[in-house]
Design a protein around this ligand. Structure first.
Ligand SMILES: *Cc1c(COP(=O)(O)O)cnc(C)c1O
Length: 397
């Protein structure tokens, strides 16, 4: 049987590991030696569970979407991560990692962010814990995502523009890594997805695994079985998908559907569909699938959704792709937008653009009338409203 969990060296099959400069070794090694021990401490678990319940608002509902189910002639449940504090799944991870940072005695928190959702989730938990917070963000993204920049500033974080390269997420990540190298003693780096050097992908997947832990209990209550036929989630770096898949990885009857952003189309040169366009390479400390040129330079990704606009995927997802355990789909900007309108008008729920990619895959699955699909609704659409008003021509109506 294939192992879908990380091995002791941080590999999922041949993907993962910790390809880091020597200067980072002490930091990453300190975390690697301690993260499982700390996560197993009863006091850590008690503090984490209390925060997840009373601060984040967990468990999030598992909602039977009746009208959407009728439309696709099957049974569709939405896991409502959009109802978490700050509006997405990202806070499951930042709550966990800020507690980890405190246990390791760190006083200063750094993070990278693309759309600003991870930056907001990090700034939120730093305010909660009274910790200094520095968020690196590409100069272009700072312009594109002004409301989230305002939220971070309101929360007391310092937002530092990344001005190199394309001035987007991967450049912000490079800047955060540089900061960490220069401040090895007192600084903890909160990574926002299942990417980066071991142990980050495994640690983030464990913090997000609460999603599938809850799905199992909730689905059992509603249908009598804890196993759906399909679990569907969008993949940027892959953290919400990792959380939704986690407790089903070793249950082959449950089909896992990972949905990437095709942008303007996988063959258009403007895409972020890593599983189709990527080849093996190393990015941000991990061996994984990566969009790159023939001589190994990282290709600029594109998606209408800033949260899916990343040229790699986490090593777990590279392994799920290569082993065939997960089905990979890619959805264009236009298909995602159509899914936004469909969910909004059928169910009265405005999804994030990222989550709409997962919803758009419903039409590809071909589920039978008696089958059950769980879609992980990773976030709410407030941050995308300007895009929606523009694209749906709703201004002035
Ligand atoms: C950041 C984000 C994503 C993509 O990140 P993953 O690590 O792939 O989950 C998806 N949905 C929302 C709402 C996000 O904010």
């Amino acid at each position: 049987m294939i192992n879908y969990n990380v091995d002791e060296n941080g590999f999922y099959g041949k993907f993962g590991g910790a390809y880091i400069p020597e200067m980072l070794y002490p930091n990453v090694e300190e975390l690697r030696q301690n993260y499982l021990k700390i996560m197993a401490e009863p006091e850590f678990q008690e503090e984490l569970q209390t925060l997840l319940k009373d601060y984040v608002g967990r468990p999030t509902p598992l909602y039977f979407a009746k009208r959407l189910s009728e439309k696709y002639n099957t049974n569709i449940y939405l896991k409502r991560e959009d109802l978490n504090h700050t509006g997405a799944h990202k806070i499951n991870n930042t709550v966990g990692q800020v507690l980890m940072a405190k246990r390791l005695g760190k006083k200063r928190i750094i993070a990278e962010t693309g759309a600003g959702q991870h930056g907001v989730a990090t700034a939120t938990v730093c305010a909660l814990m009274g910790l200094e917070c520095i968020v690196y963000m590409g100069e272009v993204d700072i312009q594109r995502q002004a409301p989230n920049v305002a939220r971070m500033k309101m929360l007391g974080a310092t937002v530092v523009p990344a001005t190199s390269g394309s001035k987007t997420l991967k450049d912000a990540t490079n800047e955060a890594i540089r900061d960490w190298i220069n401040n090895p003693e007192d600084t903890y780096y909160i990574i926002g997805s299942v990417v980066g050097p071991h142990p980050y992908p495994d640690m983030v997947a464990r913090f997000q695994s609460v999603i599938s832990e809850e799905i199992k209990v909730q689905l059992k209550e509603k249908t009598g079985s804890e196993n759906p036929d399909y679990v569907v989630a969008c993949v940027g770096g892959g953290s919400n998908a990792a959380g939704a898949f986690y407790h089903y990885l070793d249950t082959p009857e449950v089909k896992l559907v990972a949905v990437e952003a095709a942008g303007l189309g996988v063959g258009s040169g403007e895409s972020a569909a890593t599983s189709v366009l990527g080849r093996e390479g190393i990015i941000h400390g991990s061996r994984t699938l990566l969009m790159q040129t023939d001589d190994g330079q990282v290709t600029e990704p594109y998606s209408i959704s800033a949260g899916l606009d990343y040229p790699g995927v986490g090593p777990l997802h590279a392994h799920l792709h290569q082993s065939g355990r997960a089905i990979f789909e890619s959805i264009t900007d236009d298909e995602a937008l159509q899914a936004v309108l469909e969910l909004t008008r059928l169910e009265g729920i405005i999804p994030a653009l990222e989550s709409a990619h997962a919803l758009a895959a419903l039409g590809r699955i071909g589920a039978k009338p008696d089958e059950v699909i769980v879609v992980n609704l990773s976030g709410r659409g407030d941050k995308d409203l300007t895009t929606y008003l523009d694209r749906f021509e709703l201004h002035g109506k």
